[in-house]
Design a protein around this ligand. Structure first.
Ligand SMILES: Nc1ncnc2c1ncn2[C@@H]1O[C@H](COP(=O)(O)OP(=O)(O)OP(=O)(O)O)[C@@H](O)[C@H]1O
Ligand SMILES: [Mg+2]
Length: 148
């Protein structure tokens, strides 16, 4: 497990962080995003999409729950759990995405991952927070392994 904190002075820097991180990702990686309303989770994932070579715009999936982008170096599965109840989240069978058995192995990025009833066995965690001057801060925790 590794941990580092980065200051994100503006929207471009949040995007750039996602873009840079995309280079190192291997299939079946889960990225759990945490952070308050408007902390920059979607912005980060937009950068991630650019880094993966996804051309189209990344929308906020708050109303669609799951968006799949298949045209990049790896598929991107973008999930937003905001407003969902634990029981509804269970019924989504999200593990399908990171097991990569029924779907093409890709990157699963989850907004509001605090709401997940069960964590994946292995993941990358990004905690975004808003500073007093409206800049953002990202705490990146790599290689988190869950004991069962
Ligand atoms: N580093 C930054 N500094 C200042 N503003 C930023 C930064 N990163 C993102 N923003 C801005 O913050 C706003 C909210 O960003 P975004 O939609 O990505 O947040 P979110 O965490 O996905 O929100 P939600 O909780 O609604 O899903 C956007 O207007 C975005 O441009
Ligand atoms: Mg969002």
């Amino acid at each position: 497990m590794g941990e580092k904190t980065i200051l994100l002075a503006n929207e471009q820097e949040t995007r750039k962080l996602g873009q840079t991180l995309a280079d190192d990702l291997s299939p079946n990686t889960v990225i759990l995003l945490r952070g308050n309303l408007g902390a920059g989770k979607t912005t980060f994932i937009q950068g991630l999409a650019v880094g993966l070579g996804i051309q189209g715009a990344i929308a906020s999936p708050t109303f669609t729950l799951i968006n799949e982008y298949l045209e990049g170096r790896l598929p991107l599965y973008h999930i937003d759990l905001y407003r969902l109840q634990p029981e509804e989240i269970k019924q989504l069978h999200l593990q399908t995405y990171w097991e990569g058995i029924e779907v093409e192995p890709g990157i699963t990025a989850i907004e509001w991952s605090e709401l997940l009833p069960h964590l994946p066995s292995h993941y990358l965690q990004i905690e975004l927070s808003i500073n007093d001057d409206d800049t953002r801060q990202a705490k990146i925790i790599t290689d988190v392994t869950q004991k069962r």
